[in-house]
Ligand binder design. Structure first.
Ligand code: URA
Ligand code: CA
Length: 435
């Protein structure tokens, strides 16, 4: 087999066989196939696409390129939730304990944040003492005992994807549905998921800006998952404005606690119930989405979801008093209001730019090496569609520096106020299940 022929075949719009895909992924991972040939193939895929069979083969080859996590020692169906990344996306913090309170096992491998999106581990570390440095046997024990645990990245998962993603990044081939879908799905499958719930974001703060592209990506991932024997569902949710009200690590932990008590922001609560219902159904703990939602709401109201969060934090060294008293977390020294310059309806809050503003305060990492400040961030007092008086606070800046003029300027540039009435954006744009 020659790489040249594989490139030419895809260039001419033909489907690759599973042997050809194996040849490419194995050869590229071990260094036999050079970057220039791999990039030519990625560009051919970008223009000629891949069919369902090719996408599934590509995914499973990337899974095989490295270690896989064996979660078979955990009882029950392991459902993983994956978000394509957003600003102020507190859902993982909430969904873990929430679905675990219905005995759905949550064995989550998570990462740190980079750029304008936060990482779940960073957020959890805002709780004093909490850590994810546990070994695999302890991780499995904790999931069996409490139904929920979070561990940091371990093992050499999907090295083919790592190498290929780096190449795509510099050859203008990231934005290809078959390549993105196989990249994301390979990581979830290698991490041991039996079933997968995808939250595909759409809008300014999302990877996919248009609804059409987001839907195509969701459909591609659902098709791959089901093709390779992992029950997969997707939700397409709005990321034109930040999700919920809090952006920043400790602030989001606090927001998660409020949501687990049933007092969270409407959009965040609704998204958690939508994704959570899918997780509960896939885990076989409810027959219908409606039944699952009712059970989840019940556990928010009766305190079981919050209790589960406390148990989870404590079992990994965290100070569980936080669920009753958030002040055990570090607070920022300055709380500065961003006052509306005029009265009107909030028309736009550009999600990714607000993520960048939070990063400027120190809440996120500009580079992998940056230190982050867990206490700082933004709290939105108004969301799109709300009315604001001139001089009223649009949001509160939680800072550890007195001078925040540059952050304020960035925020004013990215929050628009209109004289005309504005509708709140649709939160759940679509749901995708197996065809
Ligand atoms: N995120 C991924 O993990 N892979 C892609 O290809 C794009 C976004
Ligand atoms: Ca939030």
């Amino acid at each position: 087999m020659r790489m040249y022929d594989i490139i030419a075949k895809k260039r001419d719009g033909q489907a690759l066989t599973s042997e050809e895909i194996t040849f490419f992924i194995e050869g590229y991972t071990n260094g036999d196939i050079p970057d220039y040939q791999a990039s030519a193939l990625c560009m051919a895929i970008f223009f000629q696409d891949m069919n369902d069979e090719e996408r599934a083969n590509m995914t499973m080859e990337m899974v095989k390129s490295g270690d896989t996590i064996d979660l078979s020692a955990i009882e029950g169906i392991k459902v993983d939730k994956h978000s394509t990344g957003g600003v102020g996306d507190t859902t993982t913090l909430i969904l873990g304990p929430l679905v675990a309170s219905l005995d759905v096992p949550v064995a989550k491998m998570s990462g740190r944040g980079l750029g304008h999106t936060g990482g779940t581990i960073d957020k959890l570390e805002a709780v004093p003492g909490f850590h994810v440095e546990i070994d695999k046997s302890e991780f499995i024990e904790l999931v069996n005992k409490n139904k929920v645990s979070v561990i940091g990245q371990t093992g050499n998962l999907t090295p083919a994807d790592k190498k290929l993603y780096g190449l795509r990044d510099v050859t203008a081939t990231v934005n290809s549905i078959p390549l993105i879908a196989s990249s994301i799905m390979s990581k979830k499958i290698a991490a041991g998921a039996d079933a997968i719930v995808l939250d595909v974001k759409t809008g300014a703060g999302a990877f996919m800006k248009s609804l059409e592209d987001s839907k195509a990506l969701a459909e591609a991932m659902v098709a791959i998952g089901n093709h390779v024997g992992r029950n997969t569902m997707a939700v397409i949710s709005d990321m034109s404005q930040p999700l919920g009200r809090a952006i920043g690590n400790a602030l989001e932990v606090n927001e998660a606690i409020e949501t687990l008590k049933g007092n969270g922001p409407d959009d965040l609560t609704e998204l958690c119930l939508t994704l959570g219902s899918q997780m509960v159904v896939l885990a076989g703990k409810a027959a219908t989405l409606d039944e699952a939602r009712e059970k989840l709401q019940e556990n928010m109201e009766n305190g079981k979801a919050l209790e589960k969060f406390a148990t989870f934090l404590k079992s990994q060294g965290g100070d569980e008093r936080v669920v009753k008293d958030p002040s055990v977390m570090k607070e920022a020294s300055y709380k500065i209001e961003l006052e509306a310059k005029e009265a009107g309806f909030v028309e736009e809050i550009v999600a990714d730019e607000l993520g960048t503003a939070a990063m400027m305060l120190g809440a996120g990492r500009a580079t992998k090496e940056s230190e982050i400040d867990l206490a700082v961030g933004l709290y939105l007092n108004k969301k799109v569609g709300d009315y604001v008086e001139a001089g009223e606070s649009l949001l509160t800046i939680h800072a550890n520096q007195e001078d925040v003029e540059d952050v304020k300027q960035k925020l004013y540039e990215n929050i628009t106020i209109s004289k005309n009435k504005v509708e709140a954006p649709t939160l759940i744009h679509d749901m995708v299940t197996e065809k």
